[in-house]
Design a binder for this molecule. Structure first.
Ligand code: NAD
Length: 497
């Protein structure tokens, strides 16, 4: 396959990196010279290549991060904050190119200005507020205090569904705390992370502070947590990979946080404002073609309004336009063939297990869908809580409606999965909202909004149960990348009398 020129034209050539990765401030190939094609999922055309790195490349990146660490750790916090603010400004200046780049590698329509500049600004504001405490002492001759110190060289692995925000979310707090980092983006969508790293260098963040090693998970990815020189890990991705990363970390006793998948419920009570709920719930499962960890993939609805909800959801889902990302559609293709086969197979499983297919259910028909990984927005009704489509993360635009008889059953069904990332409640009654907010087992609860903390600035994000542990995005996100040291200082006691 050759790299196509018409799609390249949509990307600012200065930001688009091709065939190289960032180690120690240098743009380098992998040691073996092998590469991976980055493919536009709308038509399978190759849009760039990135190095297929392995443990040897990760070793070089760790060495570069080790070299950069002492000076970065010792740089005063205000200067680190200033560099992050400059990085945020540069990101904002390049918003249009970054949006286009991410659209192309993920296959999503434009979302307008991406969130990364604001994410980095929020983090930069924390960089010079990393504080310890003063401690009580048993003697007037001593002082006790705590210091918050960076870990050293830290590692990150992120998925492909929102590569820009995921990169900002892991790298920003880690380096703001004074760590240096080795980050592996997903093989399907590494271009936006590489572009962000390029802007970080341009902002003056020193060489070796951010190292981006591209490659497959089982090669470059696995080599990061396996290395004892990595002192802390951050991982966002599937529970299966999260387990593998945690096992590696356990061998080295490396602390970590895990941001994993979800099977988020949208609980709809009889008094819900359906004019607001129906479009929001449709968006909640079709945004990014359902490839969102927080996607509201289960509608748990009171039987008294069940028929109306299904009818209106079906009508709304049929209005969702599907096509190649640049055609101003609402929904693009899935990311790759494996994901396409997986989503289509879940639709078959839903039918086989007796759910009622209301709309969608296959590939859309038409020439423009020929080579892309497209799937229709799909609605299943009469789903019972134990069915696989009600229990397992599909990571596609497949919505399951589960009717229930009362509030207690609604909460039981909503909580009756292994995941606990996000939950939404749709009601006009404050009492119902308060009870449900407390009862739902999820890291974020949204009342009359589809994605819990989405509209809140600085809401900590992370999961209950198999959705992971640790919280990102909040006011403590930089603190999380520090370790605490207690210092006790002994002088002479104050003379008495
Ligand atoms: P994935 O786990 O397959 O891959 C994620 C990353 O891990 C990729 O970079 C991949 O190369 C790497 N990887 C794969 N195997 C590895 C290994 N053995 N060792 C080290 N790294 C390895 O997940 P995905 O399919 O890319 O992403 C989808 C999943 O991510 C879904 O489950 C989704 O819910 C989850 N996700 C969670 C959040 C969140 O914040 N909770 C956000 C986005 C996505």
């Amino acid at each position: 396959m050759t790299i196509t020129t018409d799609h390249q034209a949509t990307i600012d050539s200065a930001l688009r990196v091709d065939g190289v990765q960032l180690i120690g401030g240098e743009w380098v190939t992998s040691g073996t010279g092998r590469t991976i094609d980055v493919v536009n999922p709308a038509n399978r055309e190759v849009i760039a290549r990135v190095p297929r790195s392995d443990a040897d490349d990760v070793d070089l990146a760790i060495k570069a991060a080790e070299k950069a660490f002492p000076a970065w750790r010792d740089l005063d916090a205000s200067s680190r904050a200033r560099l992050l603010f400059r990085w945020a400004d540069l990101i904002e200046e390049h918003n249009a190119e970054l949006d286009s780049l991410e659209s192309q590698e993920v296959g999503r329509p434009s979302w307008g200005p991406p969130p990364m500049a604001n994410q980095i600004r929020f983090i930069a504001g924390q960089a010079d507020k990393v504080q310890g405490v003063s401690l009580p002492t048993r003697s007037t001759g001593s002082l006790g205090l705590t210091l918050r110190e960076p870990y050293g060289v830290v590692g990150g692995v992120i998925p492909w569904n929102a590569p820009g925000p995921m990169f900002a979310n892991e790298v920003g707090p880690a380096i703001a705390a004074g760590n240096t980092m080795v980050m592996k983006p997903a093989e399907d969508a590494p271009l936006t992370p590489l572009a962000l790293a390029k802007l970080a260098l341009e902002a003056g963040i020193p060489a070796g502070v951010i190292n981006v090693v591209t490659g497959y998970g089982h090669e470059a990815g696995a080599a990061i947590p396996a290395d004892p020189r990595i002192r802390r890990m951050g991982f966002t991705g599937s529970p299966q990979t999260g387990r593998a990363i945690m096992e590696s970390c356990a061998r080295n006793l490396t602390p970590l946080h895990l941001e994993l998948g979800g099977k988020s419920p949208q609980v709809v009570f009889p008094d819900a404002d359906l004019d607001a709920a129906i479009p929001a719930m449709t968006m909640g499962i079709t945004l990014n073609t359902g490839q969102v960890c927080a996607a509201g993939s289960r509608v748990v609805v009171h039987r008294s309004i069940h028929a109306e909800v299904v009818e209106r959801l079906a009508a709304q889902m049929r209005k969702v336009t599907v096509g190649p990302w640049h055609q101003q559609v609402a929904m693009g293709p899935l990311i790759n063939q494996k994901q396409h086969e997986r989503v289509l197979s879940y639709i078959e499983i839903g039918k086989e297990q007796g759910a009622e297919l209301v709309t969608g259910g296959g590939r859309p028909q038409g020439e423009e869908f020929g080579d892309g990984f497209f799937v229709e927005p799909t609605l299943f009704d009469k789903v019972s809580p134990g069915m696989r489509i009600a229990q397992e993360e599909i990571f596609g635009p497949v919505l399951s409606v589960i009717p229930v008889d009362d509030e207690a059953e609604a909460i039981e069904v909503a909580n009756g999965v292994d995941y606990g990332l996000v939950a939404s409640v749709w009601t006009r009654d404050i009492g119902t909202a308060v009870r449900a907010s407390r009862a739902l087992q999820a890291g974020q609860v949204g009342v009359n909004t589809p994605i819990g903390a989405g509209t809140v600035i600085g809401g900590p994000f992370g999961g209950y149960k198999n959705s992971g542990f640790g919280r990102t995005m909040g006011a403590d996100s930089v603190l999380d990348w520090t370790q605490v040291k207690t210092v006790s200082m002994q002088g002479a006691p104050i003379p008495r009398g």
